[in-house]
Design a protein around this ligand. Structure first.
Ligand code: GLA
Length: 516
């Protein structure tokens, strides 16, 4: 018996040695040192959550030219230009992105059988080198494209009758968001007066995702050990939980997207107890043109409805293809109208004051989304943050706080919970405000409210204090009404046919004018 076993062992060992020798020789022949040809992968493991990000270089080196593709997790580029060879080369690769083109530049060289390669973001920027190793042919290749479905109208889900209010993790935490932070944010929101003021959604943005299991079920990474338990926790506080995904293979931050798994993911989200989905185009641009966006968003709109769970549907594709014209048809409750906001006066006002033409597209259940709030993140003054909230309220914009609710100044909390300003935002008529008057850096915006009231905002976009004087008739506000200053919380006299407001630099005077 033992003899048999030994013979068996030695035979298999010899065989496997032979095999590995043969493989080694084949490999060596196929890829002698100095050969750029083949598929290469550089991997970068994020140790906080164990996610692996891979960059693939599928290269062909022929007649002094390098061709092929580069995949950086979510994006697939085609090499368009190259100079040099194994001893040192530069690659320029591009991919279509709607009407634009994305371009990347890599520089590298072969050292032994390793590709030392790095991306140059600007001509003068230093390169962060990564080491790419040989990968099996086909690994990391772009999967087949799934054709968009035929268009039809997705029925309204009955949600977001007023603009959604809550919190989102991205502006403050980006990739650092985790279960403990979300719980603590929910605790804060439920106890600091925000919940009473109307904030209800606690939304996890990108970076919660891991890969998929054998059945294709999306997994959470180490930062979120149990999404269902987290949802239960948030629900017990009387709040709702939101999540994030992409119609692409990967999200903007390079995490797992819903491509080819739309219905399955919608069911998973429903099972976890998710109440809100932000669906971010990002990786989808690899497969689809902008013109195909509506069909792709419709797919998830259908999938969410089919779960039977009320899930607010937030489209995030940066306002491309006039999304406000088709957002409601694909089941969207809100749609981003712009690129990402930053915590600066220029970014916030650049976005906010550009929304004028979109007013007609907002209505109960379907909102323009000029992006999340930056109030309390430190890049603007309290005066500027008051302008931020006032402008978003005039725009009937979703109010998703983007700061650390666990530790904020009393001023920040007071701004975020100004009920009179929130009442303007949440007005049930659902009519978005627009610009009524402008002179240089001073603007007056008006918004029709329910019950015949009107919100009137005197914005001063200049650095220095300014006096804004206007006749009520010039801005179509009927005279002889009652008015209230929504930041001073005082009634004011507007009985005269004209009105003057002294407005701080970068500040606002926001009035609610009422009475017949
Ligand atoms: C895009 C979105 C942001 C955020 C990030 C996450 O940039 O516009 O709001 O969701 O992706 O990666």
């Amino acid at each position: 018996m033992s003899l048999v076993r030994n013979t068996f062992f030695s035979t298999t060992m010899a065989l496997s040695l032979l095999l590995s020798d043969a493989l080694y020789i084949a490999f060596a022949q196929q890829a002698p040192t100095g050969d750029l040809n083949g598929n290469w992968v550089a991997q970068n493991v994020n140790n906080t959550e164990g996610t692996v990000r891979s960059t693939y270089f599928n290269l062909k080196y022929e007649s002094g030219k390098i061709t092929g593709t580069i995949r950086t997790t979510q994006f697939f580029y085609t090499i368009k230009e190259s100079t040099g060879g194994p001893e040192g080369f530069t690659l320029i690769a591009t991919m279509p992105d709607g009407r634009n083109e994305r371009r990347v530049q890599y520089e590298g060289k072969l050292v032994g059988d390793e590709l030392r390669i790095g991306r140059r973001t600007r001509p003068d920027a230093p390169i962060t080198e990564m080491i790419a190793k040989r990968a099996p042919a086909g690994e990391g290749a772009m999967p087949a494209r799934i054709d968009p479905p035929a268009r039809h109208k997705v029925p309204y889900n009955g949600l977001a009758k007023t603009p959604p209010m809550g919190w989102n993790s991205w502006n403050k935490f980006a990739g650092r968001v985790d279960d403990a932070t979300v719980r603590a944010i929910a605790d804060a929101m439920a106890s600091n007066g925000m919940k009473e003021a109307g904030y209800v959604y606690v939304n996890i943005d990108d970076t919660w995702e891991a890969g998929r299991d054998a059945k294709g079920e999306i997994q959470t990474n180490k930062k979120f050990p149990d999404m269902k338990a987290l949802a239960d926790y948030v629900h017990k506080k009387g709040l709702k939980l939101g999540i994030y995904s992409s119609p692409g293979l990967n999200t903007c931050a390079g995490y797992e997207g819903s491509y080819g798994h739309e219905e399955q993911d919608a069911r998973t989200f429903a099972r976890w107890g998710i109440d809100y989905l932000k669906y971010d185009w990002c990786g989808a641009r690899t497969f689809y043109t902008d013109e195909e966006m509506p069909a792709i968003y419709q797919k998830m709109g259908d999938a969410l409805l089919k779960t039977g769970r009320p899930i607010v549907y937030s489209l995030c594709q940066y306002g491309r293809l006039d999304v406000w014209k088709w957002g409601p048809e694909v089941g969207g409750n809100l749609w981003r109208t712009t690129g990402d906001i930053r915590d600066t006066w220029d970014s916030m006002t650049g976005i906010g004051f550009r929304q004028n033409e979109l007013a007609q597209y907002a209505m109960a259940g379907h909102w323009n989304d000029p992006d999340m709030l930056e109030i309390g993140n430190g890049g603007m003054t309290d005066t500027e943050y008051k302008t931020h909230l006032s402008l978003w309220a005039m725009l009937a914009a979703p109010l998703l706080a983007g700061n650390d609710l666990r530790q904020m100044s009393p001023e920040t909390l007071a701004i975020l919970t100004n009920r009179e300003v929130i009442a303007v935002d949440q007005d049930k008529l659902g009519k978005q405000g627009s610009r009524a008057w402008k002179s240089g850096d001073q603007e007056i915006w008006t918004r029709q409210l329910s019950g015949g009231d009107m919100a009137v905002a005197f914005f001063n976009r200049a650095k220095d204090e300014a006096k804004i004087s206007v006749k009520w008739s010039e801005i179509s506000v009927p005279a002889k009404r009652k008015a209230r200053d929504l930041w001073l919380h005082q009634n004011i006299d507007v009985s005269a046919p004209d009105f003057s407001a002294t407005v701080a630099g970068h500040g606002v005077v926001l009035l609610r004018v009422s009475g017949k």
